[in-house]
Design a protein around this ligand. Structure first.
Ligand SMILES: [Zn+2]
Length: 358
């Protein structure tokens, strides 16, 4: 089985339904993904997501994440949620802002509020230079209107669980941004011919594999709790639609995922410390040979030390004798000075008589 990445799942919700720990879940995933992107889209689940991301790897599976407020939770978007999104997106492994978007499937959710929250989060992601995960459901006209207005080449988007039309996909692909389309188990259902038509129309280099687990388990697991291990069932249907071997489809989707989520950049950042290590390793032989030279000089220096010490002690023992001789000489020096006044007093006080002049 080639390696694959589940680009969109909700591990906390899987665990709520299955029970047990993340370790147990990842241990029994067969086949196991190489990596997963856990999406935290409710502010009350951000904390769990942050802690989950700090695990980095569980049972060999790399853990990445996305943070944002889901359109059906637009009412919980507030300044506090905004601050938290900024904070959580600083975590290593937090790859994208999402899932955000528009969902008009259910009544009772204000489209105006959804649009406002969607736009604000797009502004935030552009400010942070992060890619986006979009959730768009039965809202193609409003979504396209928003994307057409922004129309920025800085917009990099994974439209997750794509259930739109081929026409909408083609319109989005004509915009300046870089758009990818994620397909879930929904593509394997009997009644989803429109999704398969869209997949046929979307170029292979714009397709991503995802489960949206625990939702949308693919055929033949319908009705069960979905896990990332079900990616191959989705991939097989996509391979049939795109008429490529399964291995090839996995390879292309992995490359698309790396491009969408800058995973190769992350990997190269990861390898930088290794390159510093190899520089240090290459300096090691030189440092070792200098150390061994110094070590070899050490016995010679040590053997000279007793001789030097005994010379020092001889000199020290001579010091008192020399000092006492110095003081004797000093006292003799002061003797002539004391005799000088006596000698002076013996000199005649009157000047000698002047000789007679003629
Ligand atoms: Zn989702």
């Amino acid at each position: 089985m080639p390696t694959f990445i589940d680009t969109h799942c909700h591990i906390d919700t899987i665990l709520e339904r299955l029970g047990g720990t993340a370790e147990a879940l990842f241990e029994c995933m067969n086949p196991a993904p190489e990596a997963i992107i856990h999406v935290a889209c409710d502010p009350k689940d951000f904390n769990w997501g942050g802690e989950f991301l700090s695990r980095k790897t569980i049972n060999g599976v790399k853990i990445y994440g996305a943070f944002g407020v889901h359109p059906l939770l637009a009412e919980s978007f507030c300044e506090q949620a905004e601050r938290e999104i900024f904070e959580y997106l600083k975590l290593p492994g937090a790859l994208a802002l999402g899932e955000i978007g528009l969902d008009y499937h259910y009544s009772g959710y204000s489209p105006d509020l959804q649009k406002k929250v969607f736009l604000r989060q797009i502004e935030m992601g552009l400010e942070l230079n992060k890619p986006f995960v979009f959730h768009l459901r039965e809202a193609e006209d409003d979504a396209f209107e928003i994307l057409r207005k922004i129309d920025s080449e800085n917009l990099k988007v994974h439209i997750h669980c794509y259930t739109g039309t081929a026409n909408f996909a083609e319109k989005v692909l004509s915009l300046k941004g870089n758009y990818f389309f994620g397909f879930t188990g929904a593509i394997t259902f009997d009644k989803t011919a429109t999704i398969r038509e869209a997949a046929a129309a979307i170029p292979l280099n714009k397709i991503l594999l995802e489960t949206d687990a625990p939702y949308l388990a693919p055929v033949p697991f319908r009705g069960k709790i979905c896990t990332p291990a079900m990616i191959p069932n989705i991939a097989q249907v996509l391979a049939n639609i795109k008429k490529v071997p399964l291995d090839e489809l996995f390879k292309i989707c992995k490359k698309n995922t790396e491009e969408m989520y800058k995973l190769s950049t992350l990997n190269s950042q990861l390898s930088t410390p290794n390159s510093q290590l190899s520089t240090l390793n290459s300096q090691l032989p030189t440092l070792n040979s200098q150390l061994s030279t110094l070590n070899s000089q050490l016995p010679t220096l040590n053997s000279q030390l007793p001789t030097l010490n005994s010379q020092l002690s001889t000199l020290n023992s001579q010091l008192p004798t020399l000092n006492s001789q110095l003081s004797t000489l000093n006292s003799q020096l002061s003797t002539p000075n004391s005799q000088l006044p006596t000698l002076n007093s013996q000199l005649p006080t009157n000047p000698p008589p002047r000789p007679e002049t003629v």
